[in-house]
Write a protein that binds this ligand. Structure first.
Ligand code: ZN
Ligand code: ZN
Length: 312
């Protein structure tokens, strides 16, 4: 199973600004003073060893994750990241029909606004099926493509399947389950199991009551996942200030992942107001927290970064 992040930002697309880009260049140039950089190899080595927040960006596209197995292609959410995924699919399939299954967590803008720009969706030879537990997903997406908002209607070839909680959906070699999360107007988590691995996508969720009883449904759902993709939009302090905004933080994610026996934890839905330096600092603090609280733990922590590919 291969997982690729095409968008990891929360709430609204957040491109890198010129000021941020200039600061990265200046920081890199400063570090290069007195470093011998006479060959391409030495330059590459120097860049590779720069702090990660200088040489990379988490990216500004909103939620879109691709999951590929030998037998099927899944897409989780259709935020702005799905535009580039669409271009990539056109290249990869090179004229062959594309058949993909799109699991929607909910319909806040940051999870649907890429749909009008998903070019493979315009070709009736391709097949796209949307899944969600919402009764009216089709109507919601049609509304987004009303003429006042976008000049083309929702493609008629899109299919819609309403999922039922506690029922397992089979797509190719995958079994998919869904669980409601605590988020304004609702959001759903997805657990995707193949024969030999499992991934859980749990974005746009707040965990207010941390009692064993109220956390049990989530811990059970996350149980032994190889990878948990977890909403960690806020720092702990901001999470407390923004009670009822429907998001979480890295520390809650770590505590839940440890209880559920998760192997890898990827933080997603990055706050638009946080720059790369702050986001990688949050990851650093998360790693320190894990080391202090559970030094023997083998739980791997990472930021979901645009372009990151994880093979399970
Ligand atoms: Zn969101
Ligand atoms: Zn949301």
């Amino acid at each position: 199973m291969q997982i690729k992040f095409w968008g990891a930002r929360g709430s609204i697309a957040t491109p890198l600004t010129n000021t941020e880009l200039t600061a990265k260049i200046q920081a890199a140039v400063k570090r290069s003073i007195n470093v011998e950089l006479s060959t391409d190899k030495k330059v590459s080595e120097f860049v590779k060893n720069l702090p990660v927040h200088i040489r990379q960006t988490v990216g500004g596209e909103t939620a879109c994750i691709e999951i590929r197995t030998d037998r099927c292609l899944l897409i989780l959410d259709a935020g702005t990241g799905i535009r580039r995924l669409g271009m990539d699919l056109l290249d990869r399939f090179a004229g062959q029909p594309i058949d993909a299954h799109i699991l929607m967590t909910h319909t806040h803008w940051d999870h649907i606004s890429g749909i009008p720009f998903f070019v493979p969706g315009m070709n009736p030879d391709n097949h796209f099926t949307f899944y969600s537990p919402f009764d009216d997903l089709k109507e919601r997406l049609k509304l987004q493509q009303r003429y006042e908002y976008f000049p083309a209607p929702l493609p008629a070839t899109y299919k819609f399947v309403r999922l039922k909680e506690q029922k397992t959906l089979k797509i190719g070699d995958l079994s998919i389950q869904t669980l409601p999360l605590n988020h304004p107007s609702g959001s759903y988590s997805y657990r995707i199991d193949s024969n030999d691995t499992s991934v859980v996508y749990a974005t746009d969720s707040e965990y207010q009551n941390l009692s064993v009883e109220s956390m049990k449904p989530f811990i059970d759902f996350f149980q032994n996942a190889e990878l948990l993709i977890f909403d960690a939009q806020y720092t702990m302090l901001e999470n407390i200030e923004k009670e009822n905004w429907g998001h979480s933080n890295v520390f809650t994610g770590i505590d839940m992942a440890l209880k559920a026996g998760v192997k890898k934890l990827a933080f997603i839905h990055h706050e638009p107001a946080y720059d790369d330096e702050k986001l990688w600092d949050i990851l650093q603090k998360a790693r320190e927290y894990l080391k202090i609280n559970k030094p023997e733990s083998k739980l791997e922590l990472d930021l979901a970064v645009e372009g990151l590919t994880i093979t399970l």
